[in-house]
Design a protein around this ligand. Structure first.
Ligand SMILES: NC(=O)c1ccc[n+]([C@@H]2O[C@H](COP(=O)([O-])OP(=O)(O)OC[C@H]3O[C@@H](n4cnc5c(N)ncnc54)[C@H](OP(=O)(O)O)[C@@H]3O)[C@@H](O)[C@H]2O)c1
Length: 300
């Protein structure tokens, strides 16, 4: 798989896999959260656990070695099982985890990080991010993350959901920008200004929700169908390739082997500059996920 270089010289795969938290909670209304947490856990144990582990092992064996996770998705033990099942060595895989908002509010960064290490069955994390720039807390969290890096417990520190003013604030208090910022990017929401800020300051961008969860506004327009015919690639493959050619690492989620095999088959073609611009032109600033400048961090 092709790779990008981080500003510290380390190589990073240009596609990542985000198996997520099994995502069932999102299907239920907020006020049913507690009941559904229990239901979720039971279902996860009985039905989804083997599928999750199998899917992760399959994705690793198919060549995708960058794994995206967060303490708010669980303890990481399923990731450890998936890696074990794949037969890969720990060093062959790049683990990402994020610090939850809960740990930021409780100021329990080290405790949560240690529990992630135990769950992942490892003694270091490759990439540690903060999940959200929680107002009044994210600066303190960042300083703790720098300490964890200095102790050799993680190789790269980054952030998620940070806008340029958050990134600048972290630089102002610590003299260093995060090495990675992961935020929502797809053709309906290209975030060009934020991406440019990152490029200018040596911050690698990772895109979450990279195919906009197959939003009809991307998948239906004749333009995308036309490009799909022109390149003999699906619309999903075109979008993933568009991210990579823009220097962005898409973090894709799938629980379907055929889909994932297809998602990784994006290295045998090149989108022409004029067509890259056409895809860029689909932007309508339509955010599908939460806005870090206008959300309730305690509910995430
Ligand atoms: N930092 C953050 O705050 C944050 C927020 C959101 C997400 N993330 C990360 O980003 C990852 C991906 O984001 P996302 O889940 O929001 O959206 P996404 O990757 O844009 O969309 C996932 C959906 O696309 C489907 N899909 C994937 N490949 C497909 C294919 N080839 N053909 C048809 N359908 C396909 C999947 O279904 P199937 O299972 O059926 O393939 C799934 O329903 C997450 O897993 C997580 O790691 C991070």
């Amino acid at each position: 798989m092709d790779e990008f270089k981080l500003r510290n010289g380390m190589s990073i795969p240009c596609i990542g896999y985000g198996p997520d938290s099994l995502s069932l909670m999102a299907k239920y209304p907020k006020n049913g959260r507690l009941v559904n947490r229990v239901r979720n856990k039971i279902r996860k144990e009985l039905i989804e656990r083997p599928q999750y582990v199998e899917m992760l092992a399959f994705t690793l064996k198919s060549g995708c070695r960058l794994i995206d996770f967060s303490a708010s998705y669980g303890d990481g033990s399923l990731i450890a099982e998936g890696v074990n099942k794949s037969g890969m060595k720990r060093e062959q895989v790049l683990y990402t985890t994020r610090i939850s908002n809960r740990a930021q509010y409780d100021e329990k960064i080290e405790q949560e990080f240690e529990s992630q290490l135990r769950g992942f069955r490892t003694d270091y994390m490759d990439i540690l991010m903060l999940h959200w720039p929680v107002t009044d807390y994210f600066e303190k969290t960042w300083i703790k993350m720098i300490e964890l890096k200095e102790k050799g417990l993680c190789r790269i520190i980054g952030v998620a959901n940070c806008n340029s003013h958050h990134l600048q604030r972290l630089y102002d208090i610590s003299g260093q920008y995060p090495e990675i910022d992961q935020f929502e990017v797809h053709p309906l929401f290209t975030q060009k200004e934020l991406v440019s800020f990152c490029v200018k300051n040596g911050i690698q961008v990772e895109a979450y929700t990279p195919i906009a969860r197959r939003d009809d506004r991307i998948y239906n327009p004749p333009l995308m169908k036309k490009l799909s015919d022109k390149y003999h690639k699906s619309i999903t493959q075109l979008i993933l390739r568009w991210h990579i050619q823009n220097g962005i690492i898409p973090i894709i989620r799938s629980m379907n082997k055929d889909h994932m095999r297809h998602n990784l088959d994006v290295f045998d073609f090149h989108i022409l500059e004029e067509d890259m611009k056409l895809i860029d032109g689909m932007n309508i600033n339509s955010r599908l996920r939460y806005d870090p400048d206008n959300c309730d961090f305690s509910a995430l």
